[in-house]
Design a protein around this ligand. Structure first.
Ligand code: GLU
Length: 332
């Protein structure tokens, strides 16, 4: 059995005290071969790894286009016989890259993303255990058909539900609305539940259009006057609003958001980190019902970051308003 393993950089690849100044210069990071060589028990699994070093960057610097390029390479590898895919990257943007992959991954083969919270030179470095668990999941039958998965800390999370919830904990990845879909226990992959099957976005993701499609994310805050929103109409093609609680914003923001919603899709999400935006419980100016009446699209249970990923892909693929509303009804 073969796994295609792609490396993109991140903590799993970078010692805490770099051997070159400024952290992350050429030569400072471990290659994919070095990462897998440090994993006890990996060779004994008998899984052939086709390791490809794609990027060596902090995940803050990854782009949609780079991730989609990896998906294309992974897709080719699976079509040519690989049983599954593992990607190692930084954890900071992993909840977004994983969802991006999930939206376009059309294979039954597992696409597993992993990383590390502790640098490889630290005591208790978690990278090796995470790579071992990720490979186990990538070759396992129970993980087939579940789309993109995030595997860290011996937990398996569905890309569409997972969040990074802590800045340093090795248990940072959690799925607040659902819990992990499975675990790796004594090396055995136990899948307990699975995300419902959803439509995969196909085609229309040309990189030129992607680069030209900007989706802003505005997180409302106490006494927010909305000044940041004023210029968005000129510079962006879509907006995600991270509202208070069940999807509320200060009333002073409402005229501006209504005007924006008349010219671009504006998606309403919650900044809370769990739960759903509501639809018809509150009616005050700036409430969820009021904002929907003024043209905002309900983001459902999608957090702001995932909503932004979905909206950017939809706009890139040329989706119109009805398709965007339908997509958020399906994914949200
Ligand atoms: N935690 C960072 C990330 O998500 C690691 C930074 C680095 O790789 O230099 O990528």
């Amino acid at each position: 059995m073969e796994i295609a393993l792609f490396t993109l950089g991140g903590t799993i690849s970078v010692p805490s005290v770099p051997s070159v100044p400024s952290g992350g210069g050429a030569g400072a990071r471990l290659s994919g071969d070095e990462i897998v060589a440090a994993v006890p028990g990996l060779r004994e699994l008998g899984v052939a790894l086709d390791v490809q070093d794609v990027r060596a960057v902090p995940s803050a610097s990854l782009t949609f286009a780079q991730v989609l390029d990896v998906v294309e390479d992974a897709s080719r590898a699976v079509s040519e016989g690989a049983a599954g895919v593992v990607v190692t990257q930084g954890t900071d943007t992993l909840e977004e890259t994983a969802f991006l992959v999930d939206l376009v991954w059309r294979h039954e083969a597992p696409f597993v993303l992993t990383g590390a919270m502790r640098n490889p030179d630290l005591a208790g470095a978690d990278g090796p255990a995470n790579v071992l668990a990720a490979v186990r999941v990538a070759v396992s039958s129970p993980a087939r058909g579940l789309g993109a998965l995030v595997v860290l800390n011996d937990e398996i999370h569905a890309a569409r539900w997972v969040r990074k919830t802590h800045s340093t904990s090795t248990a940072t990845f959690a799925s607040p609305n659902a819990g992990p879909v499975g675990h790796v226990i004594e090396g055995r992959v136990r899948v307990l539940t699975g995300p419902p099957r959803r439509e995969v976005l196909t085609g229309g993701l040309e990189r030129v259009r992607l680069d030209a499609t900007r989706v802003a994310l505005h997180c409302v805050a106490l006494d927010d006057d909305g000044a940041q929103l004023e210029v968005l109409g000129q510079s962006h093609q879509g907006l995600v609003v991270a509202g208070f609680g069940v999807g509320h914003v200060p009333s002073v923001l409402v005229p501006g958001l209504e005007a924006l919603a008349a010219r671009m899709p504006v998606v309403l999400t919650s900044r809370t980190g769990g739960g759903s935006v509501l639809r018809h419980t509150y009616g005050a100016v700036g409430s969820e019902a009021d904002l929907q009446r003024r043209g905002l699209i309900n983001g459902g249970m999608l957090d702001p970051y995932k909503a932004r990923v979905l909206l950017r892909l939809l706009l890139t693929s040329g989706a119109g308003r009805d398709e965007i509303v339908a997509a958020f009804a399906e994914h949200g």
